[in-house]
Design a binder for this molecule. Structure first.
Ligand code: NAI
Length: 339
């Protein structure tokens, strides 16, 4: 049953790419032994743009790598134990980071800061030293803070390129499409929703008015849907009852986003998806990282799109998002400054 739609999507991409793939890429997963890391590694093994897959974790990565390596696609998979981080990063073009602890019931993503901030900072420092040319996709929460932590760590080393750092907010986009499709009784492919802002609670701002199926929603139906998109992660945390947060849907979202980054690096045009990047859109309000539609290309970020026309309700959501997001970003920056 594992993420069958993910496999279908990736295998349709595989068909799409079998004739056109001109370059292929070495990809590393840091945190590959975890709840997200394992299925994410499997899905990346199915991606035809990945030729080499380096799996790193402080525990369990060689076992996951041995297992995944038997899947009959062309890529080489290697596992790296705790003391082999530099080897795992060497020569990589894209690095995906799901390392760190997940939420338990009652926790916010910010409650993870104390543990995950130092994990992400230390991994970023190793990337800056060994593989500064790589595109970095950060999954570890709180994304609103961990992305600024990676940026500030690389900045300290003099190797930060904002075109190559992405916070993975794709799960919010996936949930929004699925939930809106469910309400309207249509295939979620017809209900793509641009989700902007950040990746936690009120900082998640779905722009339902920009989709023909979403723009007519009003009143309680609208409010409940917005709340579900913003707090959908809590449903999973509650249902898993202490055993973690979203892993399978996140692995699907992470593999899909990584595939988009790889397709951009490969020269494909017109790849536009929301992701949390260093952004000028609200920088004048002190919010210098923001998720909006971003065009991906051979250098990573090619173009940051403006948020476009929004409804008065969405304007209110945006105004609620910005102060929280600012605090989360500043917290990440302050952590690195004090390190
Ligand atoms: P998990 O606990 O199952 O796995 C985390 C893995 O990270 C473990 O295997 C652990 O050994 C490893 N790890 C810890 N420190 C490490 C280090 N220094 N270097 C390499 N690996 C290290 O957790 P899960 O469920 O996989 O979640 C991972 C992270 O992803 C959490 O922070 C979670 O909040 C976040 N997440 C993000 C989402 C998003 O939309 N961006 C959605 C869901 C979860």
């Amino acid at each position: 049953m594992l993420a069958r739609s993910a496999i279908r999507t990736l295998s349709s991409q595989s068909r799409m790419f079998s004739s056109s793939a001109s370059r292929q890429f070495k990809v590393a997963v840091l945190g590959a032994g975890g709840g997200i890391g394992q299925p994410l590694s499997l899905l990346l093994k199915l991606d035809p743009l990945v030729t080499e897959l380096n799996l790193y974790d402080i525990r369990g990565a060689p076992g996951v790598a041995a297992d995944v390596s038997h899947v009959d696609t062309n890529s080489e998979v290697k596992g790296f134990a705790a003391d082999k981080l530099d080897e795992a990063l060497d020569g990589t073009r894209v690095i995906v980071i799901p390392a760190g602890v997940p939420r338990k019931p009652g926790m916010t993503r910010d409650d993870l800061f104390n543990t995950n901030a130092s994990i992400v900072r230390d991994l970023a420092a190793a990337i800056g030293r060994v593989s500064p040319q790589a595109c970095i996709c950060v999954i570890s929460n709180p994304v609103n803070s961990t992305v600024p932590i990676v940026a500030a760590t690389l900045e300290k080393q003099g190797v930060f390129d904002p075109k190559r750092l992405f916070g993975v907010t794709t799960l919010d986009v996936v949930r929004a499409a699925r939930f809106l499709g469910g309400i309207q009784g249509v295939d979620p492919k017809q209900t793509p929703v641009t989700v902007v802002g950040g990746h936690s609670g009120a900082t998640i701002v779905p722009l339902l008015s920009q989709n023909s199926h979403g723009k007519g929603l009003k009143g309680e139906t609208y409010e409940k849907l917005v709340h579900r998109i913003q707090f959908g992660g809590d449903e999973v945390v509650k249902a898993k009852d202490g055993a973690g947060s979203a892993t399978l849907s996140m692995a699907y979202a992470g593999a899909r986003f990584t595939n988009s980054v790889l397709r951009g690096l490969n020269g494909e045009k017109g790849l536009v998806t929301p992701t949390f990047v260093k952004s000028p859109l609200f920088a004048d309000q002190g919010v210098d990282f923001f998720s909006s539609n971003v065009e991906l290309g051979p250098n990573g970020v090619e173009k940051i799109h403006p948020i476009g026309p929004i409804s008065p309700e969405e304007e209110k959501l945006l105004q609620a998002c910005l102060p929280d997001l600012k605090k989360n970003i500043e917290k990440g920056k302050a952590f690195v400054a004090q390190s």
